[in-house]
Design a protein around this ligand. Structure first.
Ligand SMILES: [Zn+2]
Length: 183
């Protein structure tokens, strides 16, 4: 499994993704802030990590973040969360934001049909909630496996992205990578 760093250079003045939101209620302001993340004059880098948790990599990242007193956002894979809940719990307890990268990271499941797409997100939220001990957890932020911008399953993505507001969700892409994703 590859866990890569995407240091994202957003333009925003008031959105901090490393914020704890642990109810199903999400403010429209939160969603708006994310959707308008590129529209500010201020340059802020948000550090995000995808494809974990991984027992070999994530604890090392958490150690470094703790040492440097930096908060990050972890876009986790639901099935990995079920495998390593204690790592996700540690990240959450140390103040990082736990966001949604889908349950299986498998495009043929994610884009099978509408129901499957929604389930990929909701099963991941459930796994996160179980790991961190928060009832009905919703991260409200989804990152498409392989990115939204890529041409993979483009038509399906354009169709399904419209469903996200129905479940109080928005999505965010990366725009700078430490290395190219292979998964
Ligand atoms: Zn990924």
């Amino acid at each position: 499994m590859l866990l890569f760093i995407s240091s994202i250079f957003y333009f925003s003045n008031n959105i901090i993704l490393a914020t704890t939101i642990d109810t199903k209620e999400v403010s429209s302001e939160f969603i708006n802030n994310i959707n308008n993340i590129f529209n500010s004059n201020e340059k802020i880098a948000y550090l995000t990590f995808d494809d974990g948790p991984s027992p070999s990599v994530t604890p090392k990242i958490l150690d470094i973040l703790k040492e440097e007193n930096i908060k990050a956002t972890f876009f986790v894979i639901g099935k990995k969360v079920e495998e390593y809940p204690e790592i996700v719990n540690r990240a959450y307890k140390e103040g990082h934001y736990i966001a949604n990268h889908g349950y299986s990271h498998n495009n043929s499941i994610l884009y099978k049909n509408v129901k499957s797409f929604i389930q990929e997100i909701q099963k991941t939220d459930l796994a996160i909630g179980n790991a961190i001990g928060v009832n009905a957890y919703s991260s409200h932020v989804f990152r498409f496996p392989n990115g939204f911008m890529s041409n993979v399953y483009k038509d399906k993505k354009n169709e399904y992205v419209k469903l996200l507001p129905n479940i109080d969700y928005t999505y965010i892409d990366w725009n700078a990578l430490s290395e190219l994703p292979t998964t």
